[in-house]
Design a protein. Structure first.
Length: 94
């Protein structure tokens, strides 16, 4: 049984690392509006916080990203990337 938890933890770590890499690309993108770069930076900080559970990190980051989804100034490619990130994070459960 412990092996299964280890496999799940590894999968969650892989998902978090991929999400963080994608969020970092958006936060470094100077064509993205400042509020969107700030939100992606906030989401990355939450995802890196190991003091809280995987599920809580994921749900907090999704909440931040959902807040900016309807921003009229968001370029379409960035919106698509954020939707992809949200889809990745939704795989994480406690």
């Amino acid at each position: 049984m412990p092996r299964k938890k280890s496999v799940v933890k590894e999968e969650y770590d892989r998902i978090l690392q991929e999400a963080i890499q994608r969020l970092d690309r958006i936060s470094q993108n100077r064509s993205a509006p400042k509020n969107i770069r700030k939100a992606t930076t906030d989401a990355m900080e939450i995802l890196r916080n190991e003091e809280i559970s995987y599920g809580m990190r994921s749900s907090k980051a999704i909440a931040i990203l959902n807040e900016i989804m309807n921003d009229i100034n968001m370029p379409f490619p960035i919106r698509s990337e954020i939707l992809l990130i949200v889809g990745l994070l939704e795989k994480i459960r406690d």
